[in-house]
Design a protein around this ligand. Structure first.
Ligand code: UD1
Ligand code: CA
Length: 455
C-alpha cells in the first residue's frame, strides 16, 4: 500500500512565534492542511505526520485524521523520518512518500505522476525536483550521464554546485523496505551536523540500488516559507492562482486590491467582486451578484443577484435578490430571505428575516423570526437578553414596526399589526392591532426664555 510521511517538526525560528512552521496559514489554511489535502486527493492510503516543536498544536489540529510520530530533538530531515519507523514497519510492501509540511503547493497530480515513474524505473528512491531561477537555500540535484548522482545542500555545496538550478523539492518516493534500510545508513557528517534525508539518494546508488529524479512541471511545488516575507509570497501566489481560476469561470474583478478568496469558496458566473473583500471557508455565491467593496463573508451561502456593500456575514444564508449595506453585520445562524433590503448599521443575529422585508437603518434583530414584507423602522431593537437568558421575538407578515420600537422578548406580534414610534412592547399584539405606548406630551411655552432670564 502507498503511504506518506509529512515532516512537520520544525520551528521556523525566523517566524518569531510559538507556532510550528507548518501551522502558519496560506489563504486561511495551515500549510500542513495543503500538504495533507494533496495526499488525500492523491488517494495515499496511510499518512503519518512527524511533529516536534509545539507538537500539541499539530496533534490537536489533526485529531484522529491521521497518525503522528514525535521527534523530541530536531536533528535533521533524515532523523525526522526515523521517528516514523514504527509507522513504516506496519506496511513494508509498497512505497512511501516523504513530504515537507512547510511547502504547501505540492499537488496530487505531481504525487501520482512521480509514483508512476518511480515504479516504472524500479527505483529505491525518486526525488521530485524543479528547475528554478533562484536556487539559493535549496538542495541541488547532482547529475551524471547515467542520471541522478546525489543531492548536496547549499551549506555543503561548492561554488560550481551552487550554480545548479535543478533543486530538491523535499518530496520523495521511496520503496518502503529500502527506506528503512537507507535510514540506518545516514550519518550527520556535514556542515549542519544533521541527519540529512537527502543523503539516502547517494547511499542507495552506492549500494547498487536505482534512484531517479522526477522534474515537476509545476515549479511552485518547491515553494516554502522560512520567514514572514516568504509566507507573504506564498499567500500572494495562492491568492492569484485562486483569482485566476474564478476569472476563467466568469467572475469579474476590476481591481484585485485587498481581495482574498480562500480555496474552498465557490462563485457563480457574472458575479463581480470589488476591492477589500475577503471570502472565507465554505462560502458559496450565486450568479450575477456584486460583492463589495469591503465585505467579509465566512461560511455563508448567497443566492443570485445579491448586492452586498460593506457587509460582514458569518455562518448564515442570504437568498437571491437581497440588497444589503453599507455597514451591515449578519451574525451566525441567520437566514435572510429573497428580496429583503437591509440598510446601514443593522445587526442581525440568529434570526430569520422574511421575503421582501425592509430593515433600512440602525436596528438590532437578535433571536427573532421576522415575517414577509415587514417594515422595521429606524432604531428598532429586539430586546432579546434580560441579563440571564435569551428569548425570541416573532413578528407577523406585513407588520409595520415604527421607529425606535423596543420589543421586550419573548413577545409575539401578529400579522398586519402596527407599533407606534417609540413604543416599548411588553405583551403580545394580535393581528391587525396597533400598539402605542406614549406618555402625554407636555409643551412648556416660553421655557427657554425663562431660563435665559435667570442668568
Ligand atoms: C530540505 C532539504 C533540501 C530541500 C528543501 C526543500 C534536507 C537535508 N534538505 O532543506 O534539499 O531543497 O528541504 O524545501 O532534507 N523537519 C523536521 N525535523 C527536523 C528537520 C526538519 O521535522 O529535524 C521538517 C521541517 O519542519 C520541514 C521539513 O522537515 O517541514 C524540511 O526541513 P527544513 O529544515 O526546512 O529543510 P531545508 O533546510 O529547507
Ligand atoms: Ca525549508
Amino acid at each position: 500500500m502507498d503511504q506518506a510521511i509529512i515532516l512537520a517538526g520544525g520551528q521556523g525560528k525566523r517566524m518569531h512565534a510559538p507556532i510550528p512552521k507548518p501551522m502558519f496559514k496560506v489563504l486561511g489554511e495551515p500549510m500542513l492542511e495543503w500538504v495533507l489535502g494533496a495526499c488525500e486527493q492523491a488517494a495515499v492510503a496511510r499518512i503519518c505526520v512527524v511533529t516536534g516543536y509545539e507538537s500539541e498544536q499539530i496533534k490537536t489540529y489533526l485529531g484522529s485524521r491521521c497518525e503522528t510520530a514525535y521527534q523530541a530533538e530536531r536533528l535533521g530531515t533524515g532523523h525526522a523520518v526515523m521517528q516514523a519507523l514504527d509507522f513504516l514497519k506496519q506496511d513494508m510492501e509498497g512505497n512511501t512518500l516523504v513530504l515537507c509540511g512547510d511547502a504547501p503547493f505540492i499537488d496530487a497530480e505531481t504525487i501520482r505522476d512521480s509514483l508512476v515513474r518511480h515504479i516504472a524505473e524500479h527505483n529505491a528512491a525518486t526525488v521530485i525536483t524543479a528547475n528554478v531561477a533562484q536556487p539559493f537555500g535549496y538542495g541541488r540535484i547532482l547529475r551524471t550521464d547515467s542520471g541522478i548522482a546525489g543531492i548536496v545542500e547549499e551549506k555543503d555545496a561548492t561554488p560550481e554546485q551552487r550554480a545548479i538550478t535543478e533543486i530538491n523539492s523535499g518530496c520523495y518516493w521511496f520503496r518502503t523496505a529500502d527506506l528503512i534500510d537507507l535510514l540506518g545508513k545516514i550519518t550527520n557528517n556535514n556542515a549542519q551536523k544533521e541527519y540529512y534525508l537527502t543523503d539516502t539518494i547517494a547511499i542507495a546508488l552506492e549500494s547498487g540500488r536505482r534512484a531517479g529524479a522526477y522534474c515537476s512541471k509545476n515549479p511552485d511545488v518547491v515553494l516554502g516559507a522560512n520567514d514572514r516575507k516568504g509566507l507573504l509570497a506564498l499567500n500572494e501566489a495562492a491568492r492569484h492562482a485562486v483569482l485566476n481560476k474564478h476569472m476563467a469561470n466568469g467572475v469579474g474583478f476590476v481591481c484585485t486590491d485587498g481581495i482574498i478568496i480562500e480555496r474552498s469558496v465557490r462563485i457563480g458566473e457574472g458575479t463581480e467582486i470589488l476591492p477589500g473583500t475577503i471570502l472565507r471557508g465554505k462560502t458559496v455565491i450565486g450568479t450575477n451578484c456584486v460583492i463589495g467593496p469591503n465585505c467579509v463573508i465566512e461560511n455563508t451561502e448567497i443566492g443570485d443577484d445579491v448586492m452586498l456593500n460593506s457587509v460582514q456575514a458569518y455562518d448564515s444564508r442570504i437568498d437571491s435578490d437581497v440588497k444589503m449595506g453599507p455597514f451591515v453585520h449578519i451574525r451566525p445562524n441567520s437566514h435572510i430571505c429573497s428580496g429583503a433590503a437591509i440598510g446601514d448599521f443593522v445587526e442581525i443575529k440568529n434570526s430569520e428575516v422574511g421575503e421582501g422585508t425592509a430593515i433600512a437603518h440602525l436596528a438590532y434583530i437578535g433571536d427573532s423570526d421576522v415575517g414577509k414584507h415587514v417594515n422595521i423602522g429606524c432604531g428598532c431593537v429586539t430586546v432579546n437578553f434580560d441579563g440571564v437568558k435569551k428569548s425570541r421575538c416573532e413578528i407577523g407578515d406585513h407588520a409595520f414596526i415604527g421607529c425606535n420600537t423596543n420589543l421586550i422578548a419573548p413577545v409575539k406580534l401578529g400579522k398586519d399589526c402596527y407599533t407606534a414610534a417609540g413604543t416599548t412592547v411588553t405583551a403580545d399584539i394580535p393581528d391587525y392591532a396597533l400598539a402605542i405606548d406614549r406618555g402625554t406630551l407636555q409643551v412648556k411655552e416660553g421655557y427657554t426664555l425663562r431660563k435665559f432670564a435667570k442668568k
